[in-house]
Design a protein around this ligand. Structure first.
Ligand code: FE2
Length: 183
């Protein structure tokens, strides 16, 4: 279930409808997808993409995405820290970043142009679309695992462009239990 926090204002939104509304006001799409399909952290990429075929096709049509795959990262993933270090610094992409979480958790920080930084913790059933050009960064939670569907307009567009003097260091997150603690 999505949890939205605005650390600078001490605000935390745990109600899904309110979270969706707030994210929409800063241009971020949040959707809650069906979680009744029998897929979990043990499912293969093919099983997951087949189960969510309808949702993926709709999203492809609406957003111009051409490909979908499944990313599976956990504490045993070789080179995990190097991988995370690429994306836990403030950056943007020339295409949307679209993620639907199958299992595990992660936390996106989004830095809109004219409003405070927002932390969005995603878990099973949460779809998040960060539009191209939006500054953001991503971390795993304490349990260090996430399995998610990714959609791409063009995989080559998914290069991180780092923001010099990124503000990410002011918002070091760790997700512990149901909430995350800044430190
Ligand atoms: Fe990114």
């Amino acid at each position: 279930m999505v949890v939205v926090s605005i650390p600078d204002k001490g605000i935390k939104i745990e109600n899904t409808d309110e979270a969706e509304k707030y994210l929409s006001s800063i241009g971020i799409t949040y959707e809650r997808w069906n979680t009744d399909y029998s897929v979990d952290e043990t499912s293969t990429q093919e099983e997951i993409l087949t189960a969510y075929d309808k949702e993926i096709e709709e999203l492809k049509q609406n957003g111009g995405y051409t490909t979908a795959d499944v990313i599976n990262i956990n504490g045993k993933t070789p080179g995990l820290d190097e991988m995370l270090n690429k994306f836990n610094k403030e950056h943007w992409h020339s295409e949307d970043e679209v993620r639907f979480t199958i299992s595990g958790r992660g936390i996106f920080h989004i830095h809109p142009e004219n409003s405070p930084v927002v932390a969005v913790e995603v878990s099973k059933g949460d779809l998040l679309r960060v539009p191209k050009g939006t500054k953001h960064w991503f971390d795993l939670c304490e349990d260090r695992n996430i399995k998610a569907i990714r959609l791409f307009q063009d995989k080559s567009g998914w290069t991180p462009y780092y923001v010099p003097e990124g503000v990410d260091r002011k918002y070091q997150p760790m997700c512990f239990g149901p909430a995350y603690i800044r430190h």
